[in-house]
Design a binder for this molecule. Structure first.
Ligand SMILES: [Zn+2]
Length: 234
């Protein structure tokens, strides 16, 4: 099966679902990692274009470690907007280009607007991508894909309904995040957070909830045409 993970920024997928993505790759699924924003506000020292280029390279490196394809984003940080028709077209065409069976994206109630706007963009675009008369570069997707929402940052106000045992891939997840060197320092300086510690702590917390050593939590988007009868996560 084909899985498309869509985040706001280049490091979000490593933080929130990379253990699961690695498991999907290992079981033979095709995984594409993508971000909508270019990460151009994540620095105190670089210009927007400089840090965006650094972060696109970091995103490609992280995805490479996971074994996933990578598609970098083009929208400036802080400007992701689900009401923007151009941005919806961009996400529709991303979905059509990859043609996934399953999409993994941000929960609608995460901690900052780019994340929440991506969640809304993906929900809207996943349906619109199936409409042949909505014209973009790639042709219409043949069906409305299933959507899973990944954990919020630090798990705040998120109650998983599905857990994935990532005990065997936590090291790959940490290694993939470590490719985002610019963000190790940015998150420490801007947010006061050691993100590698947070990644491990959240995985252990979700593991305690589900009876395994390390886990990632998800919910499935329950709407008509999107609700799967089968479990599609590892
Ligand atoms: Zn982010």
């Amino acid at each position: 099966m084909k899985y498309l993970a869509i985040s706001a920024h280049p490091d979000d997928l490593e933080i929130l679902c990379a253990g699961t993505l690695r498991l999907l790759v290992e079981r033979g699924d095709t995984v594409t990692m993508s971000n909508i924003a270019r990460g151009d506000a994540g620095s105190f020292t670089h210009t927007p274009n400089e840090i965006a280029a650094i972060r696109a390279a970091e995103g490609a490196s992280g995805a490479s470690l996971i074994g996933a394809d990578y598609i970098a984003g083009s929208i400036s940080d802080g400007r992701v907007n689900a009401a923007d028709e151009g941005q919806r077209e961009l996400v529709v065409d991303l979905i059509r280009r990859v043609a996934p069976d399953v999409i993994i994206t941000h929960a609608p109630n995460d901690y900052m607007p780019d994340h929440n706007e991506v969640s809304k963009l993906v929900f809207d675009a996943a349906f619109t991508a199936s409409l042949p008369n909505y014209i973009t570069e790639h042709h219409a997707h043949g069906f409305v894909p299933v959507i899973y929402y990944m954990d919020t940052m630090a798990g705040v106000e998120f109650l998983p309904t599905e857990y994935v045992d990532i005990s065997d891939t936590i090291d790959a997840k940490r290694a993939a995040f470590t490719e985002h060197q610019s963000q190790l320092t940015w998150l420490l300086d801007h947010d006061g957070v050691d993100m590698l510690e947070q990644i491990t702590t959240v995985a252990r917390f979700r593991g305690l909830q589900s009876g395994v050593h390390m886990a990632e939590g998800f919910t499935v988007c329950r709407t008509w045409l999107r609700t799967p009868a089968a479990r599609l996560l590892p």
